[in-house]
Design a protein around this ligand. Sequence first.
Ligand SMILES: C[S@@+](CC[C@H](N)C(=O)[O-])C[C@H]1O[C@@H](n2cnc3c(N)ncnc32)[C@H](O)[C@@H]1O
Length: 268
Amino acid sequence: MSGQSKLLKWAGSKSQISDRLSPFLRFDVPYIEPFCGSAVFFFENSPETSHLNDLNSDLIGFFRQTKSAPDEVWEQYAAIPVDEQSYYSARTRYNEMEQSPEKAGHFIYLNHFCFNGLYRTNRNGKFNTPYGAKLKVKKKLDCEAFRRFSGVLQNAQLHSLDFEDFLLQLNPTGSCIYMDPPYFTNDERVFGEYGANTFKGHDLERLFSVSHALSGKNRVVISYKNCSEFSEKFCGSIVGEISVTRNVGGFAGRRKVEKELVAVLDNQ
Ligand SMILES: C[S@@+](CC[C@H](N)C(=O)[O-])C[C@H]1O[C@@H](n2cnc3c(N)ncnc32)[C@H](O)[C@@H]1O
């Protein structure tokens, strides 16, 4: 996709390492992302047929509205001033809205001007990330950018389910499935970067089972933090390691270099 290729800021986005990860992926067959987040590879490569899924229904609601009504979403986004008071009023309104172009416009506004693009929610599922635009350039995307993203989204079917339910329902064949789940390890605090429903230990087991079940008829690519839980489970399928610098818990001042493993399961 030419021009501005980043619509959202998203914790764990693969934009930093997309050049090193994309050689493992295929975009000439149907492309499927069960944990799509900001869907970096989808927007960079515009595959002809795609299925994007994420448990975060407000994220998928935003993609749906942008796909069908980019001008309306942009008008809502453009209308909210970038200052602390307007941010908190928009956040309160957003938490009360049903899916609509207005909610989608608020979603992207909050994403751009919240603290480090984190989608944190309280126990009741209400978005509660504080304002974060104080020291940043307060520039917004133009309407043309929304129209371009809408154009790419025309080739995507959008879903908001748990990854396993989504894959079992879709039951794909001859596709490339890229799995980029949140990281879970037993020995570290897990930050609520994606809302209340984070990925837990038993989810890694489910990831392993569904990946194996689908690898006979698809190419399944998984990226995950280099940790013993992942490397033991996927030991025969690991094909690469990529270094990435990350903010710890979304704090830009606290950065560390992490290694990500890439596993490819392709028994077609
Ligand atoms: C590491 S992020 C994906 C980042 C994405 N690859 C990108 O480039 O922006 C993981 C995503 O998984 C989603 N998620 C968490 N648990 C899930 C589940 N059980 N099923 C589907 N999606 C889930 C989160 O909402 C989050 O957007």
